[in-house]
Design a protein around this ligand. Sequence first.
Ligand code: CUA
Length: 160
Amino acid sequence: MHIDRYERWYLYGAIALLLVFMLALAVSSFAFGIRVPAPYEKVDPRTIATPPSPWGLPEEERVRELAPGRYEAYVLGQMWQFTPKLITVPKGSTVTFYITSKDIQHGFKLSGTNLNLMALPGEVSVLTATFDTPGTFNFICHEYCGTLHHTMFGQLVVEE
Ligand code: CUA
């Protein structure tokens, strides 16, 4: 079978690239131990909003101070709101967010920061951040989730 010279070069190039990608994958996976992010925890979305689930607690109990300046916040997404809608912490606080959804896929993006998580039913996303700048930061749903998607937001207030 005759293959044009230039076409053959392209074929060799494509094969070489594939080998490079496979090698990079193998090295990152076996030598550096890099893994695809896994959910922090699996939960049952049908019972997530019921005690003893921490997302089933009253809103004011879902932000807890574990130690001076260290907080954890259990945020639940559902059509079309976040609870708690308002999170208030003092300046300099470190907050660990535990985020999940009761119904469908939502997103959690804290504007002005690089905090960006998925709120998925059945899975918990976790991220910790320290807030040194006082102010009010909106967290918004960034996954289209239906008619009132654009109204789905809450606020983090970092107090002086
Ligand atoms: Cu929830 Cu968009």
